[in-house]
Design a protein around this ligand. Structure first.
Ligand code: FES
Length: 135
């Protein structure tokens, strides 16, 4: 299963192996280091380097985003890899409390209400997860 980018877009992307898909259980939300990092161009935030991704499984589907908050370009976690809310219903930025919907990365509440996380494409083949990131 693949999500998040068209065929021609995928050719320009770097493949980052993430390990066996079974390790990402239903409801899991994890930070994945991306080394080297990748750059995002955004009208509001400018040019931002991401050094990790947020990967979540919900309803059997896998979703991935750059680990960059839309309020201020900081990671959602505080360095401990915790990117979920206490009730595990949304992705949470632990700096100022922005709450992002897992399915589309949209901020539902917080200082960047209405903005969305930067989506990343995901490949799941032969039981292995691969992220596709710029550059
Ligand atoms: S940096 Fe994420 S809510 Fe402020």
């Amino acid at each position: 299963m693949s999500t998040g980018a068209s065929g021609s877009e995928r050719e320009a992307l770097r493949r980052v192996p993430c390990g066996p898909a079974w390790m990402l259980s239903e409801g899991a939300m994890v930070r994945v280091p991306i080394i080297p990092g990748f750059w995002i161009e955004d009208e509001e935030l400018g040019r931002v380097q991401a050094r990790s991704a947020v990967v979540a499984r919900q309803g059997g589907r896998i979703y991935a985003y750059a680990n960059v908050c839309r309020h201020i370009p900081l990671t959602l976690d505080l360095g401990d890899g915790d990117v979920s809310s206490a009730d595990r219903q949304v992705l949470l930025c632990h700096h100022h409390g922005a709450r992002y919907r897992i399915e589309d990365g949209k901020c539902l509440y917080g200082p960047c209400d209405g903005a969305s996380l930067f989506p990343l494409a995901v490949d799941e083949r032969d039981g292995e997860l691969t992220l596709l990131v710029p550059g």
